[in-house]
Design a protein around this ligand. Sequence first.
Ligand code: 5GP
Ligand code: ZN
Length: 112
Amino acid sequence: MTDCIFCKIASGLIPAKIVYEDDRFVVFPDISPLYKTHLLIVPKRHIASVNEVDAAGDAALAGIFAVAKAAAEKVGVAAGGYRLTVNTGLHAGQVVMHFHMHLLAGEPLKPL
Ligand code: 5GP
Ligand code: ZN
């Protein structure tokens, strides 16, 4: 088993409050939320970052926006609005090297 924390959560080795799950993605709350709603949309396949996306990785990520929408609806923030963010690499502040998309919502977000 890899030492990757998100692989461990995605495989169920480490428990998390799963908001949404299908055959390719898991969605769970960020451990250190920046807003009232802060979810992480995580592919079950290990892809380190956007920089490592190849054809297979691209296929593994297909449908991620539908998953984001489903998760937003499930936690009741779809109508109010939300932001989807993907940090890639050092300058963006990526700290977990397993691709993930942040879903931020639940209150007015700071402008980018
Ligand atoms: P990044 O800066 O890499 O885009 O964001 C990584 C996010 O993962 C951070 O917001 C951090 O709080 C969150 N995180 C790190 N470790 C864990 C963990 O073990 N469980 C959960 N739920 N979130 C984590
Ligand atoms: Zn991983």
